[in-house]
Design a protein around this ligand. Structure first.
Ligand SMILES: [Zn+2]
Length: 298
């Protein structure tokens, strides 16, 4: 099966690209991947990736903690502590935004179900999709929450969700525009679409360059700037209602990036860089390691 090279930019429709960086897959395969940049809007795109049906092997790592629940190792331990804090923060953000304490919520790429469980425990009617079967099973066993497969959303009734969330998922999605269309169809007229992605204009991205852990090739196909996410939403008839920063991501990403570039004491150096990134992002959201975009229908 032949590899996928994007030749039309999914954000602006541009057809001219220049090379940007070559990155290594540090997590799973050790393979090199080239990232190119759209000359029209600047979207950065991972080239020469496996078609979706063959991409599973790039997710098969004990290290791929986004989808696992192991607490081994110091970095994992920190990750899990931050996750606990972030779950509450995400819920409060949603409740503040929507001025609701309950409602219907769809979480795309929900992983092992921690976020859905947090929302369900606070009175939300939750639905989730996840492509990993073991993650779906985990959610069913641990939280008693049934999780759908990604293609199940095609048969969902339209305009049924108050909130749709994608926490670090959009950058993994192959058919970006088809997917966005589905999400817009599923949103209520007064609903919110909440998209969190790594920020390619961040301080840590510029500092670590090819070692920036959030390039995470080839799992991350698209590497967005704030302008590109806004454009993508507008292309689908949505209006950007706000941008929020995710300040803790800078620490985790910096520690991981230090590990990737093989520095001694990656934890200490990562914390120092993470602190700088976090501090700078206080004044400028474009410096923030990750961002949350809030979209509404106009
Ligand atoms: Zn473009």
């Amino acid at each position: 099966m032949s590899k996928i090279n994007t030749n039309i930019c999914p954000v602006c429709g541009g057809k001219r690209f220049r090379s940007f960086l070559t990155c290594k897959d540090h997590y799973v395969s050790g393979e090199q991947f080239e990232i190119s940049e759209c000359e029209g809007c600047g979207l950065k795109i991972t080239n020469n990736i496996e078609p979706e049906e063959n991409a599973d092997r790039y997710y098969q790592s004990e290290n791929y903690i986004s989808h696992s629940n192991t607490s081994k190792g110091f970095i994992n331990l920190i990750y899990h502590q931050i996750r606990r804090y972030m779950l509450g923060r995400k819920r409060r953000l949603i409740e503040r935004l929507s001025k609701r304490k309950s409602g219907s919520l769809l979480d795309i790429g929900t992983g092992t179900g921690f976020f859905l469980n947090e929302m369900a425990n606070h009175g939300w009617k939750v639905t989730g999709t996840e492509k990993s079967e073991s993650a779906r099973e985990f959610a069913r066993e641990k939280f008693n929450i049934y999780i759908n497969t990604p293609s199940d959303i095609n048969s969902f009734n339209g305009k049924q969700f108050n909130i749709i969330t994608l926490w670090h998922v959009l950058e993994h999605i192959y058919n970006l525009n088809e997917y966005m269309e589905q999400l817009v169809r599923l949103m209520k007229d007064d609903g919110f679409l909440i998209i969190a992605v790594p920020n390619s204009t961040s301080f840590d991205a510029r500092f670590y360059k090819k070692f920036w852990a959030a390039y995470d090739v080839p799992r991350h196909i698209w590497h967005f700037s704030p302008e590109q996410v806004k454009l993508l939403g507008e292309k689908h008839g949505l209006k950007l209602n706000g941008i929020k920063k995710m300040p803790f991501d800078a620490f985790y990403i910096s520690i991981l990036s230090e590990r990737y570039r093989g520095t001694k004491m990656p934890f200490i150096r990562g914390v120092v860089t993470g602190k700088t990134a976090w501090f700078l992002s206080l004044f400028d959201h474009r410096k923030s390691s990750s961002l949350i975009f809030i979209f509404k229908k106009p």
